[in-house]
Design a protein. Sequence first.
Length: 130
Amino acid sequence: MSHFVRIQTQIREREHLIAALRDLHYQFQEGQELVVRGYAGNRERAEVVVNTGSAYDIGFQRKAEEYEIVADWWGVQKDTPIRQQSFVQEINQRYAYNLAKDQAREQFLIVEEEQELENGDIVILLSERG
């Protein structure tokens, strides 16, 4: 019996996903047809696989335009401090942060200030180039 759970995301661009994982100091591999390990030797395939330091991995599979997260969360949560909800939230937040900063650069905007609020939100103050 497979324990794998799939979580839909709004993550579309691999480069910003990779940047988010790096920013959050996750160890990962990227490629085609990488193995995501789960319970009792069950396996899934993914393009990006996070090594959790246990016998269970977290994968990102491309589905149409977006990535979905696939993992055996029972095993991940049993053997690591990683929790599904907080992992998904932090990846989504850091992905959005990297995407916003990249889009600002493309529009020739300058990051004037960044501030992380007590609730974890990040505020970025932008201005046009003089």
